[in-house]
Design a protein. Structure first.
Length: 386
């Protein structure tokens, strides 16, 4: 029996399990994957207000419900540390796996005191909030302690790998590039023409799509400007937006540019329903701003969701060097912040459906092999078992 099948893991993630967004699907998908890989997991997470999840080999240890924002962060730092400490007193663990958050100290303290190997998932900027200078300085030291204590850092972004190495002095051998993935989703429930009709779109609509959280790091200004360049060439051009929380800035900008009727906002949609929406997409977009690309890189969560449904993907970035060959062959790359380059690429893709299908097939096959949460969890378990 391989060593990873015997692992007992203490898992911690401070995420809202009620909101169908990337942190929720990421957390549950990884837990599901660890269980499928033979590990046994105690998962410390905020209590969901809806039906609690039930996953194989996972025992949930609930904190208070996720409050949103940082109003109760002091309370939750204390309670999460107390819960993790109590579990370490009761059980023996082979590893602690935590989704890193700058202020939460429980994983570091438990790893140090109980001498349990710590593995941190760095899924955002190392310091992910706005803080006064004095507090930011303290947090940087605390985060440096987290990173140096960790036996391994799981990082989905090449630029972030470089930031961690250069700014915190972490050896390269402790940093592992592991891309974000997708659950094994139900297949497309309907065909492209039916999906467009159910969304109230013309049968010949050419649909761009965005799936994910709507934050300022995503370059909706460039996307909308590219659409404005193209409406004469592609009269039935539309943008389908799945996600939130705050769609107002994008809606206001689209209406000001005369694109209001061409952008459809669907809000958060559970991933189990993607099979009714994503088949309508002709191109999936995951373009970050130039500043966002410098930290998060060109490849992030949306890739696997689009690829699962054979949607060709356009992203913004400076290079794809260092990413797997299938990603380099399957993604369409434009310079960040360049609306004319994005428009030119969309126009080329509109004219070349075979190229769209070929690239989408490359990413789909890669996702099936390497970007399901089961496959990703298996890679992480191998890292833990070294």
């Amino acid at each position: 029996m391989s060593r990873n099948l015997l692992m007992n893991i203490l898992f911690f993630a401070y995420v809202n399990l009620d909101l169908p967004n990337a942190p929720q699907t990421h957390t549950l998908g990884l837990l599901r994957g660890f269980g499928a890989g033979g590990a046994r997991i105690d998962a410390v997470v905020p209590r969901p207000l809806g039906p609690p999840p039930a996953l194989r080999s996972v025992t949930f240890r609930y904190l208070k419900a996720y409050p949103g924002g940082r109003r109760y962060i002091a309370r939750d730092i204390f309670l999460s540390t107390l819960t993790l400490w109590s579990l370490c007193c009761q059980r023996q663990y082979n590893a602690i796996y935590a989704r890193h958050m700058d202020l939460l100290a429980g994983p570091l303290l438990c790893s140090r005191h109980f001498k349990i190997p710590l593995f941190l998932e760095i899924d955002d900027s190392p310091i992910s909030g706005e803080y006064p200078a004095w507090l930011a300085s303290l947090l940087r030291r605390k985060i440096g302690a987290d990173f140096h204590q960790a036996s391994g850092l799981i990082v989905p972004s090449l630029p972030r790998c470089q930031i961690i190495k250069e700014h915190f002095g972490i050896p390269a051998e402790k940093i592992h590039l592991i891309l974000n993935g997708t659950d094994l989703l139900p297949p497309a429930a309907i065909g492209k023409s039916t999906a467009k009709r159910l969304l109230g779109l013309p049968a010949k609509a050419f649909c761009l799509g965005y799936v994910g959280s709507i934050f300022s790091r995503y370059d909706f200004a460039t996307i909308l400007q590219a659409m404005a360049f193209l409406v004469q060439k592609i009269p039935q051009l539309y943008l389908i937006m799945v996600g939130g929380p705050d769609i107002t800035p994008v809606r206001v900008r689209a209406e000001a540019m005369g694109l209001g009727t061409r952008v459809k906002f669907l809000g958060f949609v559970p991933q189990e329903q993607f099979g009714h929406i994503l088949p309508a997409l002709d191109v999936g977009l995951m373009n970050l701003t130039p500043e966002g690309v410098c930290v998060h890189g060109p490849v992030h969560t949306k890739l696997a969701s689009y690829a699962w449904f054979h949607v060709p993907v356009v992203t913004a970035g400076f290079t794809l060097d260092g990413y797997p060959g299938e990603v380099q062959r399957g993604l369409f790359l434009v310079p960040p912040g360049d609306s004319q380059a994005l428009a030119d690429l969309i126009w080329w893709l509109f004219q070349n459906p075979v190229a769209r299908q070929t690239a989408a097939a490359v990413l789909h096959e890669f996702t099936l092999r390497k970007l399901t949460w089961t496959a990703i969890a298996q890679d992480i378990l191998h890292i833990m078992a070294r």
